[in-house]
Design a protein around this ligand. Structure first.
Ligand code: ARG
Length: 563
């Protein structure tokens, strides 16, 4: 039921073709205050066209609209305000939602086309940083939302598994490494080796040369180098998998930078053929002066390729393999220039699809106002942070609901959900202050608040003992439920906006507002009193649980039924 469209039809019927239906539809607004009705049509545009006052026009049309779904249409100054018939409309919404279940809000704008989402992408042999956490959480939510919009989401983890750091690691390993400690604690051990290399290299300049030589060997396919590389990669990936498992994130591909190693010659040839490659100080570059940007470095003077070369190659590969409709890169601000350059080089190569690529940056995670760093030994190990969140959640649950049977499982949902929600509730470009205590509150704009609201609604349904399957509820007439019902109607457009803007925060904020409305309802209306409207009230509670849990799912958060 598209009420905006229905209202637009009524209005345009009165206009004898002065404005087209879609023009009327675009003008319709949702008033801020309840006493201004549910939909409003501003008459300013018409006033200009007809050289009449907008007040007059509103007055003229108001009396003529007679449709039972619009209980009252009245002129309010230059606006034509429309009050929906709560009984009819709420009945319709309740029935639709009960029927659609978690499919409610699904859209068909994607037509099963592919959206490739490059996210998380940590670097092998280095810790999983707070930035990678943000990328993981935001990227996964965008992928879920894309699927809800009817796209196929291809989740790609473009691992940082190639580059000069592997030369350094091999040298450090050969000098100071121990197999056993690497196997036991790979990320920490490899990071220590990496740090030690830099300390020693400051005194002993030969080390850098050796590292370069080992990386060259690696690029040339030297057996020993490859074996070590593969071992470091496997060990690190196993560590990362623990985090992905905790967060409930999975990928279609882990093809990282190394995967493109043998495919880059082709890219370089292609650039040459198209006459785009120029020498600059011995290096090969693509000039971007016409865009006022520094050149994109393709090949160093010693023949080594660069990050950008690998991303260009990856883009070509992905277009060929997935024929993507959109390619998204969820990566921090610091790499804005890099992605601008990569997209422009592809455009210069003549690929139209370069316009369908987007860099999706996000802000930093701060602790006491300072960027949370994983460098210089001050590492925050993410796995430990997540475990701590789960422990804190467990404590709250034990205090609130000691009898809960599957406490540990629920604590995991709540702890992880708290971290994810805290990340997604503000526009992604903002920095976020990381406070476990705050994000785990059961009140306020937190994940646990929404999960708790959902669980509370589920518990009402359990208590009622009324079977809601196949129920054909009547409508509801009170203002509290009306506020909720109007929110529920908004869900599909919130999803669409969230996708268009690559902004999961749209959904997060929506869930906070819906939870607040529901808790008001819960506080003011006796849901379980046995009267004629009980079934309808329970239907309302049921559809609220549907939308809350579906909204949380889109963000990558689970919704326990009891907590
Ligand atoms: N590994 C990189 C980093 O940690 C991020 C890779 C992002 N994806 C890409 N296709 N460049 O900084």
């Amino acid at each position: 039921m598209n009420l905006v469209k229905m209202y637009a039809e009524e209005v345009s019927l009165q206009l004898n073709g002065i404005l087209q239906l879609d023009e009327v539809e675009k003008l319709i607004e949702k008033p801020k205050y309840a006493d201004q009705g549910d939909l409003a049509f501003p008459c300013f545009t018409l006033a200009k066209m007809l050289r009449k006052s907008p007040q007059m026009i509103a007055n003229e049309i108001a009396d003529k609209i007679k449709n039972p779904i619009f209980e009252k249409v009245q002129a309010d100054g230059p606006y034509l305000n429309c009050f929906l018939n709560k009984q009819i409309v709420s009945k319709e919404i309740l029935q639709t939602l009960l029927k659609d279940g978690s499919n409610y809000g699904s859209l068909d704008i994607g037509k099963r086309k592919n959206v490739v989402i490059d996210f998380s992408s940590p670097n092998i042999a280095k810790p999983f940083s707070m930035g990678h956490l943000r990328s993981t959480v935001i990227g996964n939510a965008i992928a879920n939302i894309a699927e809800k919009c009817g796209y196929r989401a291809v989740r790609i983890n473009h691992l940082g598994d190639w580059g000069t750091q592997f030369g350094k690691l091999i040298v450090a390993y050969k000098l100071w490494g121990s197999d056993e400690s690497i196997t036991v604690n790979p990320i920490k051990e490899l990071l220590d080796l990496y740090v030690k290399f830099h300390q020693e290299a400051e005194v002993d300049s030969k080390l850098e040369d050796e590292a370069r030589a080992w990386f060259k060997k690696l690029e040339d396919g030297n057996e020993e180098a490859l074996q070590l590389w593969k071992w470091f990669r496997d060990e690190s990936l196993q560590e990362f998998s623990k985090i992905y498992q905790l967060l409930g994130v999975h990928f279609a591909s882990y093809q990282g930078e190394a995967f493109y190693n043998d495919k880059m010659d082709e890219t370089i040839e292609l650039l040459k053929k198209k006459g785009l490659l120029h020498s600059s100080d011995g290096a090969q570059v693509v000039e971007l002066t016409e865009y006022d940007l520094p050149p994109c470095l393709i090949e160093k003077s010693d023949g080594a390729t660069l990050y950008a070369t690998r991303d260009l190659t990856a883009a070509l590969y992905r277009q060929e393999k997935y024929k993507f409709e959109k390619a998204l890169y969820v990566v921090g601000h610091e790499q804005s220039l890099h992605f601008k350059q990569v997209f422009l080089v592809l455009e210069k190569m003549g690929y139209d699809w370069a316009n369908h690529m987007e860099h999706i940056p996000f802000g930093f995670i701060l602790k006491d106002g300072k960027k949370m760093s994983t460098r210089k030994g001050k590492i925050v190990l993410l796995e430990e942070v997540i475990e701590e969140a789960i422990q804190l959640a467990l404590k709250s649950i034990e205090a609130k609901n000691p009898e809960l049977p599957n406490k540990e499982e629920v604590a995991k949902m709540v702890g992880v959900g708290a971290i994810i929600f805290h990340d997604l509730k503000n526009e992604r470009q903002n920095n976020i202050e990381f406070s476990l205590e705050e994000m785990l509150h059961f009140e306020g704009s937190t994940g646990p608040y929404i999960q708790y609201t959902h669980a509370r609604a589920c518990s009402i349904l359990r208590k009622s003992h009324i079977d809601l399957t196949g129920l054909n509820p009547e409508g509801l007439n009170d203002d509290y439920s009306w506020t909720i019902l109007k929110m529920l109607m908004e869900f599909p457009s919130v999803i669409q906006r969230s996708f268009n803007q690559n902004e999961p925060s749209q959904i997060a904020r929506y869930l906070i507002a819906l939870s607040q409305d529901f808790n008001k309802y819960y506080g003011h209306v006796k849901i379980l009193s046995e009267d004629q409207e009980q079934e309808s009230r329970l239907a309302l509670v049921k559809v609220v649980t549907i939308v809350l849990s579906e909204g949380l799912r889109l963000l990558g958060i689970e919704a326990p039924e009891e907590m």
